[in-house]
Design a protein around this ligand. Structure first.
Ligand code: FMN
Length: 221
């Protein structure tokens, strides 16, 4: 067996994380401000390829979970926004059960951020404004794909795209698909995880209080 054929054992992979930690005193007043700091550091210092890529976990009415990566497109004190197809599996699950978790896996910085909260659809005006900012090809793609449905092969997808490209040539305005739009996740809790030496990591979690303020608690690693 050559080295190339030898299986790679994940249990043999060990990385020592840096000592520099995250203290209560370091934290911003709100989790969104703290997220903005780390997001910038992930993009600039960490040079992460897509720091806005996040794992969105949903669950259906029976509590069966599912997860997938999507791109964060906007965030502010109201929440974290992503766009998708409203007939997709995630959107169907969110219609049954609006509780959601978002996870930003910023591994090269030994960091992760986990948001839990409730997802609401964005308004049609907000969706339309974002849709029009997308490249023409992505606008057509949103029409061409019945996201999450089983398809026989790729041919039908490519044919649907070609038909749309003929109907809406570059420069022509593409209408917003009625089954496409955003979700805004209003955070109820946001955890900032910083990897430390000897697996004694820092975990600081903001939890929303009924009066709109944030309580910060430290979790054992
Ligand atoms: C890096 C990356 C970014 C993605 N961004 C999005 C996105 O912004 N919106 C989206 O609907 N799907 C996005 N996807 C595809 C989703 O992971 C997923 O395949 C799709 O949304 C269907 O998921 P569902 O069947 O669970 O609803 C992305 C995938 C990757 C790997």
């Amino acid at each position: 067996m050559t080295d190339r054929d030898a299986p790679l054992d994940p249990a043999s992979m060990r990385k020592q994380y840096r000592a520099e930690g995250l203290t209560e005193a370091d934290l911003a007043a709100t989790p969104v401000e703290q997220f903005a700091r780390w997001f910038k550091e992930a993009a600039i210092e960490g040079r992460l390829f897509e720091p806005n890529a996040m794992v969105v976990a949903t669950a259906d009415a029976e509590g069966r979970p599912s997860a997938r990566t999507v791109l964060l497109k906007h965030f502010d004190e109201q929440g974290f926004v992503f766009y998708t197809n409203y007939d997709s599996r995630k959107a169907r699950e969110l219609a049954e059960n609006p509780f959601v978790s978002l996870l930003f896996p910023w591994h090269p910085m030994a960091r992760q951020v986990i948001v839990t909260g409730v997802a609401w659809r964005t308004g049609r005006d907000e969706t339309a404004a974002y849709f029009r900012s997308r490249p023409h090809g992505s606008q057509l793609g949103a029409w061409a794909s019945a996201q999450s449905s089983v398809i026989a092969d790729r041919t039908g997808l490519d044919a649907a795209y070609a038909e749309l490209a003929a109907r809406y040539p570059e420069g022509e305005q593409v209408p917003v698909p009625p089954n496409w739009g955003g979700f805004r996740v209003a955070p109820e809790a946001v955890e900032f995880w910083q990897g430390r030496e000897n697996r004694l990591h820092d975990r600081l979690r903001y939890v929303a209080e009924p009066d709109g303020s944030w309580r910060v608690e430290r979790l054992s690693p």
